[in-house]
Design a protein around this ligand. Structure first.
Ligand code: PFF
Length: 445
């Protein structure tokens, strides 16, 4: 059986670092700040925290349970636990396909970060007049070859790490990069809140204006929280399958969710004060970090050239590192499947995925309608659908003793049993109802 020679993560810290590596990514640094800016500041942050604790964390635990219980890739996980039920087998196929679709366009954004990192190193932002620095983005993405090359370079390095294996590739990479990432964001945050005029941005994140609260706030906050925790894409199921039987999955899931939450909030405090200090509109949308933040660096470069250069290099390095650990988790889903199901070598599987995701990514890179469609399809439809199926699977398909068994790690963590009824209720009722409501809110409102 494929499960016999599988690698496992080496201990709780390694599990948390690898899962947090998957969770912490562009979703935290690129998406979270602009969502906060578009949806009312502190109100969005508060709803986001509530959604993460009450809905996303239980969904996360449910996905880890599916992975660890089945101890196999995302496709076989559903098939094995449902005793080869054809419907759940189909769900398994989807959970392999979706991460690969996402990896294709996610690595395109990773490529943009790579280009902006090079631009920082060559002091491009400081050499460009601040008022035209945001044009650099349009010039770059409309070039026929530059974004293609950076996309392939980003994807290539991610694939190389995955080819190294679970322990010596993914685990080692996350162990080094995650602490560096936290350190980088703290440095940027310290600088950002010390800028003149930054206080306005801090207030924007701390004091809620309840008049901004609408049903859409909940919809976007939950969607963002799922995206940020890598839910609904087979990633957490796959990583869960590398968690040892004795590991306390409640503690590791909570550790991962809290680190992700903390990082998103730190990213908000690193970016918003700088946005306000530079007089930029917080609701500028997806271009916020690629168009507005370089503007901050360009302005800063006039008076403080050295600090500006260092800060911009660190900032884009942080984004690359964060995006890469997430991209790695997306690729690992397909690799686990190709190795265990199709019996390919790990290296062969990595090549195959590089070619598949690389080609689709080239399309996304050259055509923004393809890019936008894939992002919309994955983030607004498939992600919610798959997360819903995962919680329904744990709540209604598996007999109650299975999640209970996993929750207490087969008796190794008996204390968890006390909170099981609450978490089971959240998985079985609260999460599915919340996802269905949000799904329709996205369409109707
Ligand atoms: N959670 C990642 C982020 O916040 O950037 C994005 C992501 C990675 C989504 C892996 C889904 C996934 F399966």
């Amino acid at each position: 059986m494929a499960t016999q020679n599988r690698e496992n993560f080496g201990g709780r810290l390694a599990v948390i670092l690898a899962m947090a590596g998957s969770a912490i990514g562009l979703g935290n640094i690129w998406r979270f700040p602009y969502m906060v800016g578009e949806h009312g500041g502190a109100v969005f942050v508060i709803i986001y925290v509530v959604c993460t604790l009450l809905v996303s964390l239980p969904v996360f635990i449910a996905e880890v349970m599916i992975g660890r219980r089945s101890h196999t890739n995302a496709l076989d996980a559903f098939a094995r636990l449902s005793r080869q039920h054809p419907f759940w087998k189909g769900v398994g196929y989807l959970s392999i396909l979706i991460p690969l679709l996402i990896a294709s366009y996610y690595s395109v954004i990773g490529g943009w970060s790579l280009d902006y990192f090079f631009k920082s190193c060559t002091l491009t932002f400081m050499r460009t007049p601040p008022e035209s620095v945001s044009d650099l983005f349009g010039t770059f993405v409309s070039s026929p070859w530059a974004p293609v090359l950076t996309h392939l370079a980003f994807l290539g390095v991610s694939v190389l790490v995955v080819a190294g294996g679970v322990k010596s590739g993914i685990e080692k990479f996350s162990k080094i990069t995650l602490p560096v990432l936290f350190a980088l964001i703290l440095v940027i945050l310290t600088y950002s809140i010390s800028l003149p005029g930054a206080g306005e941005g801090v207030r924007y994140l701390l004091y809620p204006d309840w008049s901004q609260l609408t049903p859409r706030t909940f919809a976007y906050a939950l969607g963002q929280s799922f995206y940020s925790l890598s839910l609904g894409m087979g990633c957490i199921i796959t990583y869960g399958s590398y968690v040892s039987r004795k590991e306390n999955i409640v503690a590791t899931s909570a550790g991962t969710a809290l680190s992700d939450l903390l990082f998103a909030i730190l990213a908000g405090f690193a970016i918003m004060p700088a946005v306000f200090a530079a007089g930029i509109e917080p609701g500028a949308g997806p271009g916020l970090i690629f168009q507005s933040i370089p503007f901050v660096f360009a302005k800063m470069g006039v008076e403080l050239p050295v600090i500006s250069a260092v800060a911009s290099i660190l900032f884009f390095l942080a984004i690359i590192v964060a995006a890469m650990t997430s991209c790695i988790s997306l690729i690992e889903v397909g690799v686990a499947f190709l190795v265990e199901r199709v019996h390919m070598t790990r290296r062969g599987a990595c090549w195959a995925l590089f070619l598949a995701c690389g080609s689709l990514g080239v399309l996304c890179s050259l055509s923004s309608p393809v890019f936008d469609f894939l992002d919309w399809l994955c983030s607004n439809i498939l992600l919610l659908l798959m997360a819903l199926l995962a919680v329904l699977f744990v709540g209604f398909v598996l007999p109650r003793r299975v999640p209970l068994d996993e929750f207490t790690s087969r008796g190794h963590c008996p204390a968890n049993g006390r909170i099981f009824p609450l978490v089971y209720f959240l998985i079985k009722w609260v999460a599915p109802i919340a996802v269905v409501i949000i799904f329709f809110t996205n369409f109707i409102l």
